[in-house]
Design a protein around this ligand. Structure first.
Ligand SMILES: NC(=O)c1ccc[n+]([C@@H]2O[C@H](COP(=O)([O-])OP(=O)(O)OC[C@H]3O[C@@H](n4cnc5c(N)ncnc54)[C@H](OP(=O)(O)O)[C@@H]3O)[C@@H](O)[C@H]2O)c1
Length: 247
């Protein structure tokens, strides 16, 4: 899909990866970018149209689709890293994790599918994770949600093929966003991840947008993503920060 001249909508664009998506799309010549957020007053992306959108709120999703009828690229970036396990984690938190990544993404796709069809098909980019393919004690509810979001991505791709919509999944590992830095600090008991372990969000977003422009259906944007996908050929394995031996 050609991004120059596109009209994009990015969820969770108030900060970190979402904000980078909005900024880089504008830099690539997108005609319009809707930078959406639960708290639109916090969005600061010069040149973007700011729109309120909470992906877990059906009324908010419907209002955004009604307000942004010119969209031909939808970037489902919004997410939470809840940091809970499955067996003894708080069930409401587990549900919120699934509500956000799975039902939230699905709600936005269902609302915008007719919009995309009306604008020539366009594209959907779903922001997945290495934890779509691997588990991680301490964040297993998130892994369940990201795994389901991967399957959702694949199903929606088939369902929207007839209307000409490219549906792409973006897979990558730990990236230096606020949430990841906070999570890593907590998980490491106040420490920090060694240098070089975290991706630069600018690189991940650039690789993602290159992939959409190239018409890819799945983008393994870093070494973690490639190793996690390759690991599916063997027995299930947990995520580790040393992805080199993937087989
Ligand atoms: N960072 C990583 O290491 C990493 C790795 C793999 C995949 N990912 C994925 O990349 C995406 C972005 O991650 P990030 O690290 O940039 O996360 P982040 O810093 O926590 O940002 C997440 C964004 O999503 C928004 N959000 C959360 N719930 C929402 C809702 N119900 N409706 C609308 N927006 C909502 C947040 O808005 P508020 O400001 O209102 O909270 C925030 O803007 C997520 O899907 C995440 O799963 C991240």
């Amino acid at each position: 899909m050609r991004l120059h001249g596109a009209t994009a909508l990015v969820t969770g664009a108030g900060r970190d990866l979402g904000r980078h998506f909005a900024e880089q799309l504008l830099r690539r010549g997108a005609a319009k970018v809707y930078a959406t957020a639960r708290r639109p007053e916090l969005v600061d992306v010069p040149g973007a149209e700011v729109l309120a959108l909470d992906v877990t709120d059906p009324a908010s999703v419907a209002a955004a689709a009604a307000a942004a009828g010119d969209v031909d690229l939808l970037v489902n970036n919004a997410g939470i890293s809840s940091g809970v396990n499955l067996v003894d984690g708080d069930l409401d938190t587990i549900r919120l994790t699934l509500d956000t990544h799975v039902y939230g993404t699905l709600a936005v796709i269902r609302a915008f599918a007719p919009v995309l069809a009306g604008n020539g098909g366009g594209a959907i980019l779903n922001v997945l994770s290495v934890l779509s393919f691997q588990s991680l004690v301490g964040n297993n509810a998130y892994a369940v949600a990201k795994s389901a979001q991967w399957s959702l991505t694949n199903g929606v791709r088939l369902e929207l093929a007839a209307q000409g919509t490219l549906v792409t999944g973006l897979v990558f590992g730990p990236t230096a966003t606020r949430t990841m830095k906070e999570y890593a600090t907590e998980a490491l008991g106040g420490g920090a991840l060694p240098d070089g372990m975290l991706n630069d969000p600018v690189d991940i977003v650039r690789t993602a947008l290159d992939g959409v422009e190239a018409g890819k259906i799945e983008i393994l944007a870093d070494r973690y993503g490639a190793a996690a996908k390759a690991s599916l050929a063997g027995d299930p394995r947990p995520f580790t920060l040393e992805p080199a031996s993937a087989a």
